[in-house]
Design a protein around this ligand. Sequence first.
Ligand SMILES: [Zn+2]
Ligand SMILES: [Zn+2]
Length: 435
Amino acid sequence: MNKVGKIATVIFLIVAVVIVVVVKQNHKANSGAVVDEGSINSVVGPEVEGPETARFDASKGLPRLVDLGADKCIPCKMMAPLLVELKSEYEGTLKVEFIDVWKNPDEAPKYGIKLIPTQIFFDASGKELFRHEGFYSKEDILSKWKELGVELSAVSIPSFERFEPAQADNRSKDNICYMCDGDIAPSTLVNVSTEKGPVRLCSPHCYFIMYSCLTENKTGFEEKVSVADWATGETIVASKAMYLYGLDGQTGRPIIKAFTDKIRPNQAASGGIVINWEALQDKELAIRCGFCDRACYPQDAAEVIAGGIHTYGCCSHCALGVAARTGLDIEVHERDRLTDGPIVVKTLDGKVASLEPATAVAWFGQRKKPDGTWGSAGCFHQGFFVTLENLKEWVDRNPHETGKMITIHQALANKMKLSPEQIQKACKIGECAPK
Ligand SMILES: [Zn+2]
Ligand SMILES: [Zn+2]
């Protein structure tokens, strides 16, 4: 080897060592990973092509995005779901590759990367156009391709919407709960007299949800509220009634029955404790949505872990809103509205860091507002589903629901863009009132 060759070899080795050191340090810094690596492997592993793909492969003549990262590095994990989406949405117009440089240590020097994750943009001939270090959002990646003059056309983005109900809701307005849109049974009716007329609710629980959303001064509010005696249907001032507070053996949700003065045999038989209005109110208002402050039952809510503290989202979208309200990275445990199948979302810096299963989608229930625009239909009309098929099936079974499918990334982004003022009044009556 001549002198120049030796020097070149030495320089190459030094550079290689530096890269390995930098990449290793990164490994160390991020080794306290929040997100379980197995899940991400299963997201990225089979979906995105591995390192065996040649660097300058131009056989298909497609532009190529190569993401070099590792399964234990947090920003790399955040890239994983985006890569899966880009790969499926731009199939046939863009090649998307993920290279794990910790599992394949020879790859980092080949691409000359200093940090992970690094994304490298190649044109259809294999020429490098641009590279970026660190987390790079899907929106930024797409606008960068555009800026580089590469037109990508999205194909086969799964989408689903229904803006006309499959069936008109012909129920009498008197029989529809103002809060949840459910049927009102005469035995559990709650009536609130307001200046705009009576507001009828299906149960004391729906009443307390409404009450917890009111922004007006609530002094003396209970005088406007009446309940039906569970056995006779007789109207009672709510604050004067007594309540039998039991638990549903199957769902674990409270069952609340109001009565005038004495427990009748059929009420006593159903079990529970006897409490007055104040005690009922304390119980009902004890658990609130971590985003919108609504009263909720844990059985109906999504569980949210934020900064080690457990709270709830009264609906799946509110659960994601806890990240916006607190500024913390959160973990949401929600169930498919059709099958109860588990869905786990973890966020990092206001973005989805992991989603299990990766096929999960959200339904954004919307309603036409009086001004003709579409707005949120309220918390009772939102949900997550394990697959788009489950969502479609649920929409089929609920002919009055209107809205559209959105990705869970979009659902989170919708919350993250809210201002503190918007978060403060989120879901309060008037914002998301059913009618
Ligand atoms: Zn209701
Ligand atoms: Zn909420």
